[in-house]
Design a protein around this ligand. Structure first.
Ligand code: PEP
Length: 253
């Protein structure tokens, strides 16, 4: 029996203009209001955050961003600071998504700096790790993900670590319709928890580990029956209010 409250976080990526975001919020709010068994986050584009903050005020839906910079302020044209995200109403921030690692050259070192600063500032980081298909086929998935976890999180104090969520997202399962089996996802999530236990001891038992990669209402329940998966980071299936609400409804551990 897991004691960690499940977390369902939607990652809208670079989707939705303001009117679409507001339409989502108005449809999703009533559908999600009974979901007291689960924490809900919507990680939206920066441009929609202020409007969503107003729509979600007083509800059980928290707001998140999809990235932040690793400095507090200054001459960093085009970047966004954690204080700006807090100011606009964010509680959560996704860090080190594979699309940023692969397309924008984000490194494990960047992920570590961002995670540390998010915690110092008061944001809750969702730190993404995951292997490519080539790495999985070479039998190195667990080793790769353990190394990413260690480089991203080692050195954090246990009390800080407890505020971190790790999202295991195998890259070959993101946006492909191909989900890892619950057993495969569990194996890697257990390896992530064991890695954290190695440098942080019992705090590892309090950390939420999410699975991400083509999660939908049809597979969420099976994933959450496992011992170490505490929720999901949901991309495509978080764009529709009805489907995302159904995932939330079924998210019981
Ligand atoms: C993601 O990009 O975080 C993700 C899990 O996407 P999808 O659910 O579309 O595979």
């Amino acid at each position: 029996m897991k004691t960690r409250t499940p977390l369902i976080a939607g990652n809208w990526k670079m989707n939705k203009l303001m009117n679409e975001a507001l339409a989502f919020a108005r449809e999703f709010k009533p559908l999600a209001q009974e979901a007291v068994h689960v924490d809900i986050a919507v990680c939206a584009p920066f441009t929609c955050l202020a409007a969503l903050r107003d729509e979600f005020r007083g509800t059980n839906i928290r707001l998140g961003a999809q990235n932040m910079f690793y400095e507090r302020q200054g001459a960093f044209t085009g970047e966004i600071s954690p204080a700006m995200l807090l100011d606009v109403g964010c509680s959560w921030v996704i860090i080190g998504h594979s699309e940023r690692r692969e397309l924008l050259g984000e490194t494990d070192g960047d992920v570590a700096r961002k995670t540390r600063l998010a915690l110092e500032t008061g944001l809750l980081p969702i730190v993404c790790v995951g292997e490519t298909l080539a790495v999985r086929e070479a039998g190195r998935a667990a080793t790769h993900v353990r190394a990413q976890t260690e480089k991203g999180l080692a050195g954090l104090a246990p009390d800080d670590l407890r505020r971190v969520t790790v999202a295991y997202e195998p890259i070959w399962a993101i946006g492909t319709g191909r989900t890892a089996t619950a057993a495969d996802a569990q194996e890697i999530c257990a390896a992530i928890r064991a890695t954290i236990a190695g440098f942080a001891g019992p705090a590892a038992g309090d950390i939420r580990i999410l699975y991400g990669g083509s999660v939908k209402s049809g597979n969420i329940a099976e994933l959450l029956k496992t011992g170490d998966i505490d929720g999901a980071l949901v991309g495509g299936a978080s764009l529709g209010a009805a489907e995302f609400a159904e995932i939330v409804r079924l998210a019981r551990v």
